[in-house]
Design a binder for this molecule. Structure first.
Ligand SMILES: Cc1ncc(COP(=O)(O)O)c(C=O)c1O
Length: 357
């Protein structure tokens, strides 16, 4: 899909040769030429939520279905992992070590990607959420990790780094070649995955003849947002991107991580052009990471019943609650079309069932 860039409206001086203009195009969209290990079903649909728009009497609401990426119940990590797994294989690695919270969607998607690519998957998972649910340490994503054949190490958050150094050394002693993927897959290479999303979205906007005023999504390890901020202007989409902070007590931490990641992506892949402005909204964070707000739980129920679409209580449900609230407040009144990026996470529903009944 990524090779068909015909919708890029590049303004190239007439005197420029075809080769020169091709080079400019490549430097804007480096993800097109980098190796990807095929894991997902692309493009994910862009679907209109007519009933929700009618209910809120607001702009046309569209949902980009990255919960339907096709890899072991889907989610936003599939795009990042296509680049990261290709890199691991190119470096002749046979084992992936990655990090996350106990109910990490990233860890589950990584386990699935490793199974597909024939790699061993070692997960270092931390107790980042105080849950008294009886299945929190065995159900939801953890059940799937186990099913997908990953080895899970549960450690305290402050011990994760030291543990990874020990684990790497142990594996190397056994003759293995480990490849480290940071939490959320949010290295500069992983974040390029959201360049591919920007590209699909630009194509779909042309097909539907829309120009969304804002794109809203859950943000935590910065990769999705940084990838969009760098990727969208490269494909001539200049929508506002509103990241809903679901992880950091201090939203400035997320802002600064996004900034650093945008800069490293631009430097690592010689991406020309300015990223879009960083916008992080902290109003829907509630009491903390993994603690759903009442508005989030209400929004999950509303969308399930109104549109038959499932959201999760940790990430996408908070983004959905934010979208509903922003429309209700009239903050999106200037826009004809708005897009909610559904980043997945639904396997966590089973370890929050007591709050959703
Ligand atoms: C379902 C879901 N949505 C959103 C995010 C946030 O994406 P990012 O970590 O790239 O900011 C995550 C990250 O783990 C996730 O699992």
């Amino acid at each position: 899909m990524a090779a068909s860039n015909t919708f890029h409206a590049l303004t190239v001086p007439l005197s420029m040769s075809e080769k020169e203009s091709e080079q400019i195009e490549k430097s804007k969209t480096p993800w097109v030429d980098l190796p990807r290990y095929p894991l997902g079903h692309w493009p994910t649909p862009l679907q209109q939520l007519k009933k929700l728009s009618a209910e809120l009497q607001g702009p046309n609401i569209w949902i980009k279905r990255d919960d339907c990426t096709g890899l072991a119940l889907g989610g936003n990590k599939t795009r990042k992992l296509e680049f990261l797994i290709a890199d691991a294989l190119a470096k002749n690695c046979d084992t992936v070590i990655t990090f996350g919270a106990l109910q990490s969607n990233h860890a589950r998607q990584t386990a699935a990607a490793c199974a597909a690519a024939g790699l061993d998957c070692q997960q270092i998972l931390t107790r980042s959420v105080a849950s008294d649910h009886p299945s929190y340490e065995s159900g939801g994503n953890l059940l799937l990790d186990n099913l997908l054949g990953a080895t899970t190490h549960i450690v305290e958050l402050q011990d994760a780094k030291d543990f990874s150094v020990e684990l790497t050394a142990d594996l190397e002693k056994q003759g293995k070649h480990p490849y480290l993927i940071p939490a959320g897959g949010s290295s500069p290479l992983g974040a390029l995955g959201y360049g591919t999303c920007a590209e699909e979205l630009a194509q779909q906007c042309v097909e539907h003849n829309i120009n969304p005023g804002v794109l809203i999504h859950a943000s935590s390890s910065a990769g999705t947002q940084a990838g969009l901020l760098v990727g969208l202007p490269a494909v001539d989409l200049h929508s506002r991107v509103m990241g809903i902070n679901v992880y950091h007590e201090d939203p400035d931490r997320l802002r600064s991580n996004i900034k650093t990641l945008c800069t490293s992506m631009q430097a690592s892949f010689e991406i020309t052009g300015q990223p879009l402005p960083i916008e992080v909204n902290h109003a829907y964070f509630g009491e903390g990471y993994g603690i759903p707000t009442q508005e989030c739980l209400d929004a999950i129920r509303t969308l399930a019943r109104l549109e038959g679409i499932l959201f999760d209580p940790v990430y996408s449900g908070k983004a959905l609650a934010a979208l509903i609230d922003q429309i209700t407040l009239g903050n999106f009144d200037d826009y004809e079309d708005v897009v909610l990026l559904h980043t997945g996470g639904t396997p966590a529903l089973w370890v929050y069932d007591h709050l959703l009944r």
